[in-house]
Design a protein. Sequence first.
Lengths: 279, 279
Amino acid sequence: MIETVSTAKAHGGTQGVYRHRSRETGTEMVFSLYLPPQAESGARLPVVWYLSGLTCTHANVTEKGEYRRACAERGLIFVAPDTSPRGDNVPDGEGYDFGKGAGFYVDATQDPFARNYRMYSYLKDELPELIERNFPADMSRQAITGHSMGGHGALTIALRNPARFRSVSAFSPIVAPSQVPWGEKALGFYLGSDRSAWRAYDTVALIEDGARVAEILVDQGTSDTFLEQELKPELLANACAKARIDLTLRMQEGYDHSYYFISTFMEDHLRWHAERLHR
Amino acid sequence: MIETVSTAKAHGGTQGVYRHRSRETGTEMVFSLYLPPQAESGARLPVVWYLSGLTCTHANVTEKGEYRRACAERGLIFVAPDTSPRGDNVPDGEGYDFGKGAGFYVDATQDPFARNYRMYSYLKDELPELIERNFPADMSRQAITGHSMGGHGALTIALRNPARFRSVSAFSPIVAPSQVPWGEKALGFYLGSDRSAWRAYDTVALIEDGARVAEILVDQGTSDTFLEQELKPELLANACAKARIDLTLRMQEGYDHSYYFISTFMEDHLRWHAERLHR
């Protein structure tokens, strides 16, 4: 059961925002979904998942991501979930980088977070099932991407579910949360102090432990203020080289961490995914 | 003298936000300006002005307008001014449709608004001079467009200064403010009860009174909730027909009044302006 929050015609298709009660998070969850004009034919269309970064909701990429034109040209459904459970009854953390708006795409095991912070299972099972039931989505053709914490989400979910996705990319992802302040804080609170439990939610650790995808596309701005301390794409490059994963890592001169960067390269990513989804 | 609020690389160019003290409004004014990558060559580039609608600042189109890709491809500078003076000392109106965020691009003559609400002169003289001094702008090649109240601004400023602009277009413009509730309220407060003074700020009246441009492009959504009461594009069509102005009025099926509509047709407008600016 989903409730339509809003719809608007855009680039020939429909940009919608929807709300539903989530069994995983125990809360109402909101997501946006762009249905391209090709849906009018009655065909089921491939799906691109976009996972957002710290502090974001579905709205940031929906307003600033500049994806609709490229999706309309290529017949792609674009889904943007929220980044955490929300609501007065949901426990929050201190700071912008943990708690609401910062779910890190994990299933928390620690009190008081374990009840609601189940974004991994929400995105692995619940939301895909809901989308398949309510929209003309061809779930045999899925791609996933995301930004920063959402790039971390895209890479880890793809590595743990490689058969589900035909392609995975990321914009300035957190690639090794176990080794950087953002990740150490969040994974510690959500998963506890035993760091071995963190490896299932760490891209570099997953690859070290044998998880594989065929190829990965990553764009990273060189003027990103989080580059050296939080993002460390060289750790992903090293892990992929050892694992013989075909990583295309593009260091984009002068770009920062914002949606001005994301929107600049969004079409590139959608073209790359479309080539693999339409094969 | 301008102060840089922020800059970010985007689509190979620079999206900036700038602040300056305005002699016209007596306040600090903020605007955004996108400098496309062609500026690196040292050449002076044509300028597209975008005037925003009720409640907006420079930020709405800067975040949601999806203009940068098209400007980068075509070498266009894109300037987005604010819609009114701002600040604690600026008198405000009641409601969203008058006062701050709703300057209607007029020079007010009525107290207490006359001191600050001088958006017409600000856009006619002060801001163009500032832009020419601070950016590589070729002021012999200017175009102007806008949305809703900003479409009204674009059309009236172009009709009153036809030699300045090579082209003018609008998204869902208020074309006859003297004949609709939004305009009657705002022009009454800013200009007083003598309606003859309103004609200089009314597109249809200006055309009736002999003002001319060669051609106008207008897109208007058919599902726009303001269409019948506030926008009335048929009044523009009638006035242009009588005046032999070449109006392209495109009624866009199913589109509303939002940035989902604007961003869908932004590239069309920029292509249309670029053809005239690069002639």
